[in-house]
Design a protein around this ligand. Structure first.
Ligand code: PGA
Length: 261
């Protein structure tokens, strides 16, 4: 795991965008895994800025999103389809045919999940998967107790997650309690992962993920086994790490050729 601690979330987000831009420049038809929620918003703004001001092109990129609510119309303003469209896809030059999100309204959910897995494989696998972490340690919507080998499937949200995501629904009654999510096994097959976590309310989950035992009690802790996992934190999210000073020292002493900045 490479733990990078920045003073503010803006700096961490810009760094995340630089890593993605570097990947696109290296391989113009990269396969990118995207995430929703508040954590990636500044990173998406930076990608949009790079597209507008630096001509970063997404026209050959394929994307796969982590998750979607079950039973929510993709056109609903709180669906992850809408969220991605508003925050990123409508603002860059990506082809609509190259965008993939789980279909929470699929008539046959197990079949759809199998096809989603197949599409990722057919695309050649995910080059970089962007991730957030829940206060309960969830990764995508793999809540505590999820199998560490799981594949894309339906899951039930925990009370902690429902509470955290209520704010996105003007009518709480409309918030689904079930989701389709890439599995932990699916995420672990991405060639590289970038997890973003900001704010003190994530500090406990971040500590468990980085310094705790690998356990289904904190699904994000599985990233300790990933070959190329980057964790981008602000000071609040890093505030409970026992080895915080060490991570800062390691990062600031990286040889120039290993740095993104
Ligand atoms: P957040 O959600 O980015 O809105 O904090 C992250 C998550 O639940 O995985």
């Amino acid at each position: 795991m490479e733990v990078v601690i920045k003073k503010r979330k803006t700096e961490a987000s810009i760094l995340g965008a630089k890593i993605i831009a570097k990947q696109i420049k290296l391989k113009y038809d990269s396969v990118l895994g995207f995430a929703t929620g508040s954590s990636p918003l500044l990173l998406y703004n930076e990608l949009v800025r790079m597209h507008r001001e630096e001509k970063l092109s997404f026209n050959k990129i394929t994307t796969f999103n982590l998750d979607e609510y079950v039973g929510l119309d993709p056109n609903h303003k709180s669906s992850y389809h809408s969220e991605m469209n508003t925050n990123l896809f409508s603002r860059i030059n990506i082809s609509q045919n190259s965008i993939n999100l789980p279909n929470g309204c699929a008539p046959n959910i197990p079949l759809f999940c199998q096809e989603y897995e197949n599409s990722i494989k057919t695309a050649g696998g995910i080059d970089i998967q962007l991730l957030g972490i829940g206060k309960d340690g969830h990764l995508a919507f793999n809540e505590p107790g999820s199998s560490l080998a799981s594949r894309t499937r339906i899951k039930t949200l925990t009370k902690v997650t429902i509470e955290a995501n209520r704010k996105y629904f003007s009518d709480v009654e409309q918030m689904p309690t079930h989701v389709l999510t890439m599995g932990i096994g699916t995420i672990m097959e991405a060639k590289q992962t970038i997890l973003l976590a900001f704010g003190e309310n994530k500090a406990d989950a971040v500590k468990k993920m980085i310094e705790g035992p690998v356990s289904t009690s904190c699904p994000a802790s599985i990233l300790q086994f990933h070959e190329h996992a980057i964790i981008l934190l602000d000071e609040g999210a890093a505030s409970k790490l026992a080895r915080k000073e060490h991570y800062i020292e390691v990062y600031s002493n990286k040889p120039k050729w290993q740095q993104w900045e």
